[in-house]
Design a protein around this ligand. Structure first.
Ligand code: C2E
Ligand code: MG
Ligand code: MG
Length: 249
């Protein structure tokens, strides 16, 4: 952290009906001494153990809001950005950090999505839901990440203050096989729709998956089919051809 070794990449999230980029997710990497990038799956758990993950998440939040503000100045459009927040951070401190970062970057809360994993929510229900409710009062949106991998009951899903359901890639990868996997996916998308949540399918890699999900009424997709996590320069290039399709929601 002290060596400013964190790098943020941005993965486009597209609307399945027309492929328009409607948001990006900020994904952190750690730059090693040799210049190669280390996956967050390696160092985020370590940062959690060391009690440093709050600092990592705050650094990523500030960096992504300031970079998205730069991008907005360039393209004259504000692209909503999703940031991942660790379970250990779901306390009052997070509310203050979010508000500070928003005002520092002059970024509207409506254009920030806070992603929390289903597992994190299930572990800290009361405190977490109070905090997320307050973030939503400020105008931020909340997404449940990796939905389907945790053990939240249907009852807690109904009560959770969330706006977006991100369906875990493991479900997406199985749907091509048809049968029961397809039925389970259809049921998850239906739950999202009936609770008035936007549904996002994670880890889309084939056109066939995208077609199936669109057919089920899933709203958005994210995955290598569209783009991997991109550097700011690559994101600007990626957005260029479909500027006309970049929309605000
Ligand atoms: P996540 O939030 O579920 O992010 C999606 C992960 O799936 C990302 O991995 C992304 O690169 C990867 N991905 C996207 N599309 C595809 C695809 O088509 N195929 C495959 N195989 N993978 C795809 P990444 O960037 O390695 O991040 C892993 C996890 O690390 C994230 O999962 C998130 O839970 C965590 N993470 C990332 N950045 C942060 C952060 O700033 N703070 C915290 N607390 N956690 C973070
Ligand atoms: Mg995420
Ligand atoms: Mg996920």
């Amino acid at each position: 952290l002290r060596e400013r070794s964190l790098v943020v990449r941005y993965q486009p999230i597209v609307r399945l009906t027309d492929g328009a980029v409607v948001a990006v997710e900020a994904l952190v990497r750690r730059m090693r001494a040799d210049g190669s990038l280390e996956s967050p799956d390696v160092f985020i758990p370590l940062a959690e153990q060391l009690g440093l993950v709050d600092e990592v998440d705050y650094a990523v939040l500030r960096r992504s809001l300031s970079e998205m503000a730069e991008l907005a100045a360039l393209t004259r459009r504000r692209l909503p950005v999703s940031v991942n927040i660790s379970a250990s951070e779901l306390d009052d401190g997070l509310e203050h950090r979010v508000l500070d970062a928003l005002s520092e970057a002059n970024w509207r809360p409506e254009h920030l999505v806070v992603e929390v994993t289903e597992t994190a929510l299930a572990a800290r229900t009361d405190e977490a839901s109070r905090l997320l409710r307050r973030l939503r009062t400020h105008g931020c949106r909340v997404a449940i990440d990796d939905f389907g991998t945790g053990y939240s009951s249907m009852a807690s899903l109904v009560e959770m203050p969330v706006d977006i359901l991100k369906i875990d890639a493991s479900f997406v990868h199985r749907i091509a096989a048809g049968g029961r996997s397809l039925s389970v996916m259809r049921a998850i998308v239906e739950i999202g729709r009936s609770l008035n949540l936007k549904t996002v399918a994670e880890g889309l890699t084939t056109v066939e998956q995208a077609d199936l999900l669109r057919g089920m009424g899933c709203d958005r997709g994210q995955g290598y089919l569209y783009a991997p996590p991109l550097s700011m320069e690559d994101l600007i290039d990626y957005l260029r051809p479909d500027q006309a399709l970049m929309v605000m929601e």
